[in-house]
Design a protein around this ligand. Structure first.
Ligand SMILES: [Zn+2]
Ligand SMILES: [Zn+2]
Length: 372
């Protein structure tokens, strides 16, 4: 019995595949789906991976919130696999009229976006969102809304792990409905969606992993207040997918303490799935270092690479070429590739597919290097 999480390298965005293995049987839950356009074609790592594995069914699809970096390419998933359940943030009004208004607003905005642009990316994004909303409307019985501060997600047939939704708070629903219903949002730049992002706590054999989605500090602050009132001061997670791609304003020392506890246990790790340019932030990296967490990042960040280049002489020879390559391709160079977390016998093990260590992590443990 084991649980594997695969955090795909999808640039700035999330796509995390959970695989529960019982004997030779695997069950899958996909949390978010991001893709990239490459030479005019859609490249969707979770789709390609599932196809390669010969999978025909995923037990659940979870979309943390409706930003494109969390749903781009999801039409490929919905069109190719049977989906047992879909979990979404609380934006589906029980009032049919309100929900129809929300869907109408989305349709209008999708039509506008497609009419205004001839970009194949915009077209593919619009298709993903339209297909996702259609799936939600047509499969009411498969939809579960996730709400915090602590509610259980049930996945039929899955027994290895428990999943709890910690965020967003229930009361975001009214606000969200009102903004969506009245069309006071932009398709992809509506920041309010991050306040409604799901944050999901997985617990397997006593190991806690928190997938923070794009959850925001105000939501976490409220969570901390409520939990403190109930006498709870930390969640003792060992692995965290940093909220909002490791942005500086949503990741504070107080939040890190709240999630990991004061003395995080081995192998306390932090995962980032960002573009390497705007995210993760440089203060965030400082915080990771001070907190003694092991960073795993699917893309090379400017903030760590800049420091790394200053210290090029101190780097192991095999890392140099990789680092020299970075300024030439300024932007998101591939860093650790897919990051894999495997929980087995009550322990979390972490791997990454390129074999590169996180540049920042090596900086932090420079004393351990034996030189070129
Ligand atoms: Zn995002
Ligand atoms: Zn977002």
């Amino acid at each position: 019995m084991s649980l594997t999480l695969r955090l795909f390298e999808v640039g700035h965005g999330d796509s995390i595949l959970l695989e529960e293995k019982l004997g030779d049987q695997s069950r899958f839950v996909l949390i978010d789906c991001n893709s990239r356009m490459r030479d005019g074609a859609l490249h969707c790592p979770p789709f390609e991976y599932l196809k390669l594995r010969g999978v025909s069914k995923i037990d659940a699809l979870v979309i943390t919130h409706l930003h494109a970096d969390h749903y781009f390419g999801v039409h490929l998933i919905l069109d190719s696999f049977s989906v047992g359940k879909i979990v979404v943030p609380p934006f589906i009004s029980q009032n049919d009229r309100i929900f129809r208004e929300v869907v109408e607003q989305y349709k209008r905005k999708l039509r506008d976006a497609v009419a205004r642009s001839s970009s194949s990316t915009i077209g593919a994004r619009a298709l993903s969102l339209a297909r996702l909303l259609a799936f939600i409307c047509e499969n009411e019985d498969l939809v579960q809304e996730g709400k915090g501060p602590e509610s259980i997600l049930r996945f039929a047939g899955i027994s290895t792990f428990e999943a709890r939704v910690l965020l967003p708070h229930k009361r975001i629903k009214g606000l969200l409905n009102e903004q969506l219903r009245t069309g006071k949002f932009d398709l992809d730049s509506y920041p309010g969606w991050n306040d409604a992002s799901l944050a999901i706590l997985l617990e397997v054999e006593g190991v806690r992993i928190l997938l923070g989605g794009d959850s925001t500090l105000p939501q976490w602050n409220e969570h901390m207040r409520q939990m403190k009132r109930d006498g709870k001061s930390s969640w003792d997670v060992v692995v965290l997918k940093a909220p909002h791609h490791g942005s500086d304003h949503n990741n504070t020392a107080a939040l890190i303490n709240y999630l990991y506890g004061v003395n995080p246990e081995e192998p306390a790790a932090i995962l980032v799935s960002a573009n390497g340019r705007s995210h993760p932030g440089s203060k965030f990296y400082q915080l990771v270092k001070e907190s003694g967490l092991t960073p795993y990042c699917t893309n090379l960040s400017t903030s760590c690479a800049d420091q790394a280049l200053e210290d090029l002489d101190n780097f192991p020879a095999e890392m140099r070429q990789f680092l020299m390559h970075y300024p030439v391709n300024r932007g998101s160079a591939r860093c650790q590739g897919d990051v894999v977390v495997r929980v087995n016998n009550g322990r979390a093990e972490l791997f990454n597919t390129t074999g590169h260590p996180c540049v920042y992590d090596d900086m932090a443990s420079r004393a351990a290097w034996s030189g070129p």
